[in-house]
Design a protein around this ligand. Structure first.
Ligand SMILES: NC(=O)c1ccc[n+]([C@@H]2O[C@H](COP(=O)([O-])OP(=O)(O)OC[C@H]3O[C@@H](n4cnc5c(N)ncnc54)[C@H](OP(=O)(O)O)[C@@H]3O)[C@@H](O)[C@H]2O)c1
Length: 147
């Protein structure tokens, strides 16, 4: 039987790499989705790991990234705003886009990696965005696991 496909947004990142390694060890097929997916040098040269260049801000690339996946992980990150990319655009709108696209594609499971101490009333733009992002993904994908 063909192994199920898991798309990992941010699979080249600090946390995402560890998630990919665990999924690989578990026998899954993995699609690493990020703007520079070729950085996934931990791919073991396996045909069970597919590199997908895409941006979470781009609806078409998000839709393509989740196509045919059984599960999706969102482990993208942004710690400093700039170049038109904001905490809101990535952690709220981008997170919602992933969750909606996954739901529409019939993905069975979504893991959304959030931040520590989320709070909609925080004085921190980052912390507020993370809290709002959790609300968006929870509404868009019933049963989402928020970590
Ligand atoms: N690291 C920690 O100790 C820690 C602690 C608590 C929570 N977290 C949370 O865990 C998550 C991952 O954090 P991390 O530290 O592993 O981040 P990271 O090392 O900075 O990795 C970020 C990942 O997101 C991808 N990415 C960034 N912008 C993107 C975009 N526009 N479209 C697609 N992919 C994009 C990056 O790849 P490209 O640059 O190739 O696009 C990279 O794969 C975040 O939600 C973070 O808040 C981390």
């Amino acid at each position: 039987m063909c192994a199920e496909l898991v798309t990992v947004f941010g699979g080249t990142g600090f946390l995402g790499q560890q998630i990919v390694k665990r999924l690989f060890a578990g026998g899954h097929r993995i699609r690493v989705a990020s703007r520079h997916a070729e950085r996934a040098r931990f791919q073991f040269g396996s045909d069970r790991i597919e590199l997908f260049n895409g941006d979470i801000h781009d609806p078409e690339s998000v839709e393509a990234a989740v196509a045919e996946a059984s599960a999706v992980v969102n482990a993208v990150s942004l710690y400093v705003e700039g170049g038109g990319v904001t905490f809101r655009s990535l952690h709220v709108d981008g997170a919602q886009r992933v969750a909606r696209s996954a739901a529409e594609a019939g993905v069975r499971a979504l893991l959304h990696v959030s931040g520590i101490g989320v709070d909609t009333e925080s004085s921190s733009t980052f912390i507020r965005a993370r809290a709002l992002g959790e609300q968006m993904v929870t509404a868009a994908f019933p049963g989402v696991v928020v970590l």
